[in-house]
Design a protein around this ligand. Sequence first.
Ligand SMILES: Nc1ncnc2c1ncn2[C@@H]1O[C@H](COP(=O)(O)OP(=O)(O)OP(=O)(O)O)[C@@H](O)[C@H]1O
Ligand SMILES: [Mg+2]
Length: 251
Amino acid sequence: MLAPASLVAEGLEVRLGRTPVLSGVSLTITPGQTVAMLGPNGSGKTTLLRSLAGLVPPAAGQIRYGRRAIGQLGAGYRHSLGYLPQGFDFYHHFTVRQTLSYLAAIRLVHPALVPGRVDQVMDAFGLTSKADTRLTALSLGERQRVGLAQALVHDPDVLLLDEPSSFLDPEERVALHTHLRVATPGRIIIFATHLPDEALAAADRVAILCKGRLCYDGPAMALSPDPDRAYLERLPKARLQSANHPAVHLV
Ligand SMILES: Nc1ncnc2c1ncn2[C@@H]1O[C@H](COP(=O)(O)OP(=O)(O)OP(=O)(O)O)[C@@H](O)[C@H]1O
Ligand SMILES: [Mg+2]
């Protein structure tokens, strides 16, 4: 594993096929920071997390971990990363324990340490009673918790979590963020969410993507005291206030 360092995106441009998806994204995240990434559907949150994980090569700009581009760091960078993809899934015939043991082993956790690490993350995410259950027999929320457990099983320095609270009940959502705060001090954590109040409660900093560009990057406290309103006020107004589609007030 590499020494902890800042994660830096500089002038990042990403295309998927011919479609430009991210444009001019620049962001520096230092060890110990928790960043919530907000933005409408299709604004590029998943693409940015995949790029930071080294899964999507930039068309222009670069991503560095410390001084070096992540492409040059190879497996060392991958082993420093915990990544929860949106809609986590894995081999359905594997049990929870087999899944976590397998993923710990390929992240090069020492074989003697694998059972203990697996027990720890199962305990942290309330999965101990499901250890010998196959993934196919889990509820959506339980499967999401396996996704979270696998992201942490090798104790990584950088956590990239794509909508980690999806499918979690409120109690589990609070437990997740408490765990991230208590168990992972000094880490870089970037998580995508559609919930401004979750961003305010769980992050130090908020980045908002609008059509592939950063339209806000600042302290999470700026979403206080009314996170939904503060978030919506930072979005381009066109869709919300179109003459043909007046904003609907739900409350
Ligand atoms: N494989 C692909 N090829 C072409 N375009 C893609 C591909 N995958 C995603 N896109 C487009 O890239 C844009 C950003 O998608 P992305 O999944 O990053 O958004 P998101 O902010 O994560 O959305 P959501 O909130 O729905 O998860 C969207 O317009 C999407 O249609
Ligand atoms: Mg997404």
